[in-house]
Design a protein. Structure first.
Length: 312
């Protein structure tokens, strides 16, 4: 049985000292959700440009790993920046390239709408369940109502796409649920182990670089990246590697530290709405009134859920 979180908390630290911990957590969670939405939007652009999930994972973790390696080398490499090699390996397994590949594999069987609702809904719901079971974080009536509103908002946002999919859609749905569970477990362990957000980001990035990058170059090869051209590769490396691979992981880690695992797990549910809104400038796709309504409902559900303070 895991020990009480009250005995294993991160040191009091704030990048935004003028705010309360809750307020800081909301800001970091919103930053993470904004970047995740951009990741979804850019991933779609990348797929349309001829890249696949393996290419996107390489750009994300290869770039992040290369940038975080000097930071890690200046720390205690023997302890992987203080995270520990075993814990770092677990983090990299749950939130590294395998997470991206499992999530993306689902789209071979089921449509985007299934991924948005099932994967992100699993993160939100399982994040709350796991935090209640292992961290003893209280789930009050307002959070329960907020969770129901969030799931409803996800369903409204993706709209008719929920009814799409053929006889093989269940395979994709299982993969989406698996990816969501991976991220929920990562959230739980990051809070349980009181892992420093920057050290966790470095551990995931560097281990992913060391393991995934050679396998990618050996099996897949860089042909698709060469064909995409240097400017597109550079753009995607910045968006996926710097913002999604480093900034979003650090921001989410700060949200977990400030809000707890359960409330921090609510923020990924905002990513589909952000992706839809970013689709206007990136792909020229105007959101429908139903999608806008879904984003509003999602936001309302989030606000209901995060107002409850975590126990301990």
């Amino acid at each position: 049985m895991l020990s009480s979180p009250a005995t294993n908390q991160l040191p009091a630290f704030s990048c935004l000292p003028c705010l309360t911990r809750d307020q800081e957590g909301y800001i970091w969670g919103a930053i993470a959700a904004l970047i995740w939405g951009g990741f979804f939007a850019y991933s779609r652009l990348g797929i349309e440009a001829g890249l696949n999930a393996a290419d996107l994972a390489f750009l994300r973790y290869g770039t992040a790993g290369a940038l975080m390696l000097p930071w890690l080398l200046r720390r205690d490499v023997r302890s992987l920046g203080g995270v520990g090699w075993l814990r770092g390996a677990v983090f990299a397994l749950l939130a590294g390239p395998l997470f991206v590949l499992v999530s993306a594999a689902g789209f071979a069987f089921a449509p985007l709408a299934h991924g948005a609702v099932i994967q992100l809904g699993t993160v939100t719901l399982m994040g709350t369940v796991l935090a209640r079971a292992f961290l003893d974080e209280r789930v009050g009536i307002m959070r329960a109502i907020g969770l129901a509103v969030i799931v409803a908002g996800l369903a409204i946002t993706v709209g008719p796409g929920l009814l799409d999919g053929g006889s093989q859609a269940w395979k994709g749905d299982l993969l989406f649920a698996g990816a969501g569970l991976m991220w929920a477990l990562f959230t739980l362990l990051q809070h349980r182990w009181s892992a420093d957000p920057m050290a966790t980001t470095a551990a995931i990035s560097v281990l992913s670089l060391l393991v995934y990058a050679p396998a990618y170059l050996l099996i897949r090869g860089p042909q698709a990246l060469i064909a995409a051209g240097p400017f597109m590769v550079m753009e995607f490396a910045i968006v996926l590697g710097v913002f999604s691979g480093i900034v979003s992981l650090f921001a989410f880690g700060r949200a977990v530290s400030c809000l707890g695992a359960a409330r921090a797990s609510l923020f990924p549910a905002l990513a589909p709405g952000v992706a839809i809104l970013l689709g206007v400038p990136l792909a020229g796709e105007m959101p429908t009134l139903t999608q806008v309504a879904g984003v509003v409902v999602l936001t309302a559900g989030l606000m209901l859920s995060i107002r409850q303070r975590s126990a301990g």
